[in-house]
Design a protein around this ligand. Sequence first.
Ligand SMILES: *Cc1c(COP(=O)(O)O)cnc(C)c1O
Length: 462
Amino acid sequence: MRYVSTRGTAPVLSFEEAMLTGLARDGGLYLPETIPTLTAETIAGFRGKPYEDVAFEVMLPFIGDTFTNDEFREIIDAAYSGFGHAARAPLVQLGSNHFLLELFHGPTLAFKDFAMQLIGQLFQKALARSGQRVTIVGATSGDTGSAAIEAFRGLDAVDVFILFPDGRVSDVQRRQMTTPTESNVHALAVEGDFDTCQAAVKDMFNDFEFRDGVRLAGVNSINWARVLAQVVYYFTSSVSVGAPDRAVSFTVPTGNFGDIFAGYIAKQMGLPIEKLVIATNQNDILHRTLQTGAYTTEGVLPSISPSMDIQVSSNFERALFYAYDQQGSAVAEQMSALKDTGEFKISQGAYENLKDTYASGRVSEDETSAMIAQAKAKMGELLCPHSAVGVKVALDHQSATPMITLATAHPAKFPAAVEAASGLHPPLPDRMADLLEREERMTRVPGELAAIQSIIRERIAH
Ligand SMILES: *Cc1c(COP(=O)(O)O)cnc(C)c1O
């Protein structure tokens, strides 16, 4: 399996190279040259199987000869062994034809663990074999950073630097990043918002001297291996509500478009997905894009669902690549317009393609709180604010097709917002009950590339 860039001019890579690289050298994102398909019989055979078995079958065609079958199976088993639920991604019914996919039973209580725990194991195996050392740098609006730190803490071949917007993540999110004691973990509190952090990471990858000098590796949601890990639960959940014999739809609380894009890959692999519904908070650039065909950035408004407080949605580039029938030059043109003017307009044909696959909805702050209260009272579910955004949009898109809404974080990760909305304080699971007492360790940095790069150089020199 070979991987190509969405902008068409970067070197073609193997799975291992694409995984270790992250961002392509032409600024694009890696995608498989062709998407393998599974037969209806194979998909039907997933019913009732352990999560790890399905993960192996769904991901194997994408990894080429990077690992032997036995190695890959070990990687998967190790990745999900620390989850707090035997099903890994259990499905609960909320109402008639409406289901909630709980993706928050991993070590940091958000769906990011599905990808990050796998990537930690993939990196460890690949680096141990080659004797290399890498520096992982990632930007986070909260959940990616804690999931990355949890996945890489203590690994010898890796230093991990996480940039998060100072003061704009929840206490639980921050503490998950600042309390690990391993010396290869570096939490950097950056002056600015998530887009400042994400731009700094992108600029570091585009600074080839720095990139090669520190052997930079990326694990942000642009990393193909992360998208791949997320494809699996579209299969496990769909088959338990009747796929492949009947179609299903998904509603996905969306920011950087990684999670929902994994649903698109599942669909291309043969899963009968009718609609993928984008759910946004008040930072609604993706909803506006779907409604108008124009992608126009505005400022970011902090919300009670902070992991979706984003205006530059990186993985949307992958959706555009397919909407433009895999023409890298068209994608490159749009991305350069975005860089120069803060917006681009999608051509009519590509816009129609997007609308065939995706629908969208936007949820205000008040509606989010009301949904948390309503879900508790009427459905018996205490939702995190992100999942509440998803459930609200899903209710607005109900049809005869079963709808699965992705619950992206545990309510205890966002206790203030959940308590304000419902009057209930969501307790942390026992295994992390002492988080609020552990000692914190972080470095404050200005939101400037040079300052951040010099801290990284200095730290890895030791
Ligand atoms: C990251 C995150 C999202 C957004 O996911 P994307 O893949 O960036 O679209 C939604 N909810 C939570 C809790 C998250 O951590």
